[in-house]
Design a protein around this ligand. Structure first.
Ligand code: HAM
Length: 421
């Protein structure tokens, strides 16, 4: 019997895991530099957390969750996203009392979607959530942080930001009623999915991709006409801040997002660099979620970045994820010198933090060791043999440059090798 990985799941090997790690590290650095604090949350939650949090009538809850009964008969789900868990943890751990919080998390999420390029059934997100800030400056700063991340990864040019407001409370209800009143008499012309949503989640019809439904929507009422003064002030102020920060964006009135908890601002960073899956990051404000999950009313906003898509984009658009598993490779010409080599390798790691140093412990003929050194991607082969030991030196062979081999005292080695990655 041959075991294969489950459909939609991936093994990250041959440098892919390291490249994902490089991206994650850049994301985490950004979170920290904005004063966010890490939380680690369970992969399993009660299914009801998501049906109440994300929304009963969303695709995620209706058809994408991995749900099962545990041995005690409890219905659990692998988390399809991080926001509901973060809010649940914040309420349960009393994080939201009388202070604002900035939290970040990273890890796998699970959705039973149709797998394709950039879309997996297990994928990684890095998310940030800010609690206790009601004004649009919260969203503006979140946007600023995400732009800084694209900049740092060198992929800002391939990504565009779309923003919208979905209003809040009364204005959204009024719009929903008007949309249903417009579509109900035309229900026959809607695609099957949209017809079903007319009762359950009419706002989601707005981002239907079906051409006939899109054509029908041309004459539909627009959410923007239903916004009240409060909604408008919030959105205008957010845009003013983005303009002041010179953050490029486009208002997309059709952007409604696939999760129900949003109020006011929603945003998405889109690209055509990852196949049909165009969003690399998405989020928005969700002022009602904490209360609806049993906490005290707390304004909140956040985003999640799809790490796998960012890795794809970064690898396809430029070579900034310059990953090399090994910088310096010790070639030991005689097994008698293995102890010395292992010792010097460790001292080299201590003296040049971050340097990736590997010693050839497999041994064998020098030619085989040099071949392995070359295959490892290392920039330098560091050679210990009879001659070197006798003269208390190490030979350096530059594997990627035309440069003459040199024999150096160990103490000068660190300075001669510069760190990469
Ligand atoms: P979301 O739009 O469902 O939002 O997911 C955020 C990002 O996760 C997407 O933009 C995409 O990059 C990535 N993603 C989603 N599904 C997949 C998949 N099947 N394969 C690969 N990548 C995927 C949320 O999850 C919200 N919790 C975001 C948020 C945080 N809103 C407020 N705070």
């Amino acid at each position: 019997m041959e075991f294969r990985r489950v459909r939609g799941m991936r093994d990250l090997v041959a440098g892919d895991a390291e490249r994902a790690r490089c991206v994650e590290e850049a994301l985490v650095d950004a979170m920290r530099s904005y004063g966010y604090e890490e939380v680690r949350l369970p992969l399993l939650e009660a299914s009801e957390l998501f049906s109440r949090g994300v929304g009963e009538a969303t695709d995620i809850v209706e058809k994408e969750m991995y749900t099962f009964l545990d041995r005690g008969g409890k219905q659990l789900s692998l988390r399809p996203e991080g926001t509901a868990s973060c809010v649940r943890a914040g309420i349960e751990q009393g994080l939201f009392h009388r202070r604002s919080r900035r939290l970040w998390y990273a890890g796998p999420m699970f959705r039973y979607e149709r797998p394709q390029k950039g879309r997996f059934r297990q994928f990684d997100q890095v998310g940030a959530e800010v609690f206790g800030v009601a004004g649009p400056e919260a969203e503006a700063e979140l946007v600023q942080m995400v732009w800084s991340i694209w900049d740092r990864l060198g992929i800002a040019d391939g990504i565009a930001l779309e923003i919208n407001t979905v209003g809040a409370g009364r204005s959204r209800q009024a719009f929903r009623d008007a949309l249903v009143a417009f579509l109900a008499p035309r229900a026959d012309a809607l695609d099957a999915d949209s017809r079903r949503r007319l009762d359950t989640n009419p706002l989601r019809i707005l981002d239907s991709k079906v051409p006939s439904t899109r054509a029908l929507l041309e004459g539909a009422p627009e959410l923007h006409d239903f916004l009240d003064d409060l909604d408008k002030v919030h959105f205008d102020e957010m845009r003013r801040l983005l303009d002041e920060l010179r953050m490029p964006y486009r208002v997309n009135p059709r952007l409604v997002r696939g999760l129900d908890y949003y109020t006011h601002t929603v945003f998405e960073w889109v690209t055509d660099g990852v196949g049909a899956q165009d969003a690399v990051c998405a989020g928005g404000r969700y002022d009602g979620l904490v209360e609806s999950l049993g906490g005290r009313a707390t304004p909140a906003a956040g985003f999640a970045i799809g790490v796998d898509r960012v890795v794809l984009l970064a690898s396809e658009t430029q070579g900034k994820i310059d990953y090399r598993p090994v910088d310096a490779y010790w070639v030991v010409l005689d097994r008698r010198f293995m102890g010395r080599a292992l010792d010097m390798a460790q001292r080299l790691r201590d003296s040049v933090p971050g340097l990736r140093v590997r010693t050839d412990t497999a041994g064998g003929k020098p030619a085989a060791q040099f071949r392995r050194a070359d295959e490892s991607g290392a920039r330098w082969a560091l050679i210990v043999g009879e001659d070197e030991i006798a003269r208390d030196r190490v030979s350096v062979k530059w594997l990627r440059e035309e440069r003459e081999q040199a024999m150096l005292p160990f103490e000068e080695l660190g300075a001669a090798l510069r760190t990469t990655c």
